[in-house]
Design a protein around this ligand. Structure first.
Ligand code: ZN
Length: 454
């Protein structure tokens, strides 16, 4: 058994000091004893480390490249799409593995314990499957083996170019599968993660109501069973209009009326919701998978967080396009969006929980169910998914209790993160991933190759 001693720790029942935590070889928390003298591996302020609920790893390599306007000023996606198409023509499995490892390394260094990878880049350029249909899934799994980050792999079913079932466009053919091909891919992807540590998970991801046939959702739910099922839901206004025109219902109304919902269902980008949709979906138990930095980058709009929380809704956060991977910034962006819209302050806080505490608790709980990970709190029997803040960071000096979390989230940054464990694997020490040098150099090689191409 490995022991970790922390000056302070946020446990299931609140803050404690001088805490000694025992971790089993399987990565589970076996014992928690406050009030012990420092011994063995020591750290600062120990917190539960949440799962990152939504990522498309390969997009990390495009970060910062899509900020120019195209010939039509109203088409703000033009440069993004053009770049994406050129980029997709070049990406090899080796590139994808190097990028995914780099992304997971950055996630761990930001304080996330697990990567829920919404994985849709399946085929060769031109759309022909690889000889091994799960080639790319295996590359994501290989990245996880390198980084030690927990993985919940969500192979994505992507079949059509829109609600009218038009064929995929040239930029989409590497994503496409019929329902039968997807079912096969899902089975092969399940095998691809079999050699990873036992905390890895598989799930199902129908891409969106635009990219699959709505009548196939029952099949997706069957494959998912008790595993997670994630879907992009209501990100942009044009998307909502397209779905309403095709199905006679807005996307949130559609899933409320047709799907069995529970806390293993995670809907990504619940941005475009009317009040009755927010209330209904919050009460359904489904998790809203929020990606505030990407949603800001794309100009999607603002999640109705105040109403969502008032109705007991669950949330998780993800980094989606990975334009910037920062846990503290995701939470700060989420909270500030509410303030800017409502001309309010601390709108998500409650009488007994500050903003920082409320959000950290919420994303740990929602992230755990959305990723099917036995984590979310520091308690005996849970995975040792833990992050530790540096108690010597200047913004934390003299701070106690939940104020620590507020100072980290609003005045601090991810550089405060000193140690991170994923299922007991101690992958970040002194603020850096233990394999940082090798992972960065593989990523740099990839970026040089891609840079010449795009
Ligand atoms: Zn996404």
């Amino acid at each position: 058994m490995v022991s970790v001693w922390a000056e302070k720790a946020l446990l299931e029942n609140g803050w404690a000091e001088n805490v000694l935590i025992g971790i089993s070889p399987e990565g589970l928390i076996e014992s928690i004893v406050p009030g012990r003298a420092a011994t063995g591996q020591t750290t600062g302020i120990l917190l539960p480390a949440p799962a990152n609920c939504h990522s498309h790893a390969f997009q990390r390599a495009m970060a910062g490249l899509t900020e120019k306007r195209g010939p039509n000023p109203s088409d703000s996606f033009w440069t993004w799409r053009q770049l994406m198409f050129r980029f997709l023509d070049r990406l090899t499995p080796e590139h994808v593995e190097a990028i995914a490892a780099f992304v997971q390394m950055e996630m761990l260094e930001a304080g996330y314990s697990a990567n829920v990878e919404f994985h849709y880049l399946h085929h060769q350029p031109g759309g022909v499957p690889y000889a091994n249909v799960a080639e790319m899934a295996e590359r994501i799994a290989a990245a996880s083996a390198t980084t030690g980050m927990g993985l919940t792999l969500l192979p994505v079913h992507y079949q059509y170019g829109g609600c009218d079932k038009r064929p995929l466009g040239p930029g989409q053919v590497r994503f496409g599968n019929t329902l039968d091909a997807y079912t096969e891919l899902h089975a092969r992807s399940t095998e691809a993660i079999a050699h990873l540590p036992t905390d890895s998970r598989i799930g199902v991801a129908p891409h969106s109501l635009r990219a699959i046939a709505a009548e196939d959702l029952a099949h997706h739910a069957d494959i998912a069973g008790a595993n997670p099922l994630h879907m992009h839901l209501a990100e942009q206004i044009a998307e909502v209009e397209e779905i309403e025109a095709a199905h006679g219902k807005r996307p949130v109304e559609f899933v409320l009326d047709t799907m069995e919902l529970n806390d293993r269902r995670c809907f990504i980008h619940c941005t475009q919701m009317l009040p009755h949709e927010t209330e209904g979906l919050a009460k359904s138990g489904a998790v809203a998978g929020l990606c505030p930095i990407t949603e800001s980058s794309l100009g999607d709009g603002i999640f109705d967080g105040v109403r969502w929380f008032e109705n007991g809704g669950a949330i998780a956060v993800g980094s989606d396009s990975n334009i910037r991977i920062s846990l503290s910034e995701e939470l700060r962006t989420l909270d500030y969006s509410q303030r800017l819209r409502d001309h309010s302050r601390a709108a998500l806080a409650t009488p007994d929980k500050s903003t920082g505490r409320r959000l950290l608790d919420a994303i740990n709980a929602g992230g755990a169910t959305a990723s099917a990970r036995n984590n979310g709190v520091l308690a005996v029997g849970k995975l040792a998914d833990m992050m530790a803040l540096d108690s010597e960071a200047v913004d934390l000096i003299g701070r106690t209790g939940d104020t620590i979390l507020d100072c980290y989230m609003f005045a601090g940054e991810d550089r405060m993160v000193k140690d991170v464990w994923s299922a007991g694997r101690h992958m970040v020490t002194h603020g850096q991933h233990i394999k940082r040098e090798a992972i960065v150099s593989a990523y740099a090689r990839t970026m040089k190759e891609l840079g010449e191409a795009i």
